[in-house]
Write a protein that binds this ligand. Structure first.
Ligand SMILES: [Zn+2]
Length: 104
């Protein structure tokens, strides 16, 4: 029922796998190097995507080196903080709200 043309896929910054964009968790880097879970459409292109899977979040937090999709190097502490927020469920719930809004 949800075949509205072509659904773009995005690469998960945790495992490197691909999935339809709208099934993934989106995050973006702020100019001061913080990470935040982004709403359905971030203002600019500097965003990264994660599967909705704790395994991928952990891999993302443990990664070394800059994240090309985010256009900058995000410190491990900052990534861990984001993952902690995701596990807490707060950020995830917010994203789901946004998703519901765009869908209805
Ligand atoms: Zn993944």
């Amino acid at each position: 029922m949800s075949h509205r043309g072509h659904v773009p896929t995005r690469m998960c910054v945790g495992c490197g796998g691909r999935a339809p964009q709208d099934t993934m968790l989106r995050m973006m880097a702020t100019p001061n190097g913080e990470l935040q879970v982004a709403a359905a459409r971030p203002p600019m292109g500097r965003s990264g995507y994660l599967h909705r899977s704790v395994v991928c979040w952990e891999r993302f937090a443990a990664r070394k080196g800059p994240l090309r999709s985010l256009g900058c190097s995000i410190g491990k502490a900052e990534r861990r903080a984001l993952v902690a927020r995701l596990k807490d469920g707060g950020a995830d719930a917010k994203v789901r709200e946004d998703g519901a809004q765009t869908r209805t």
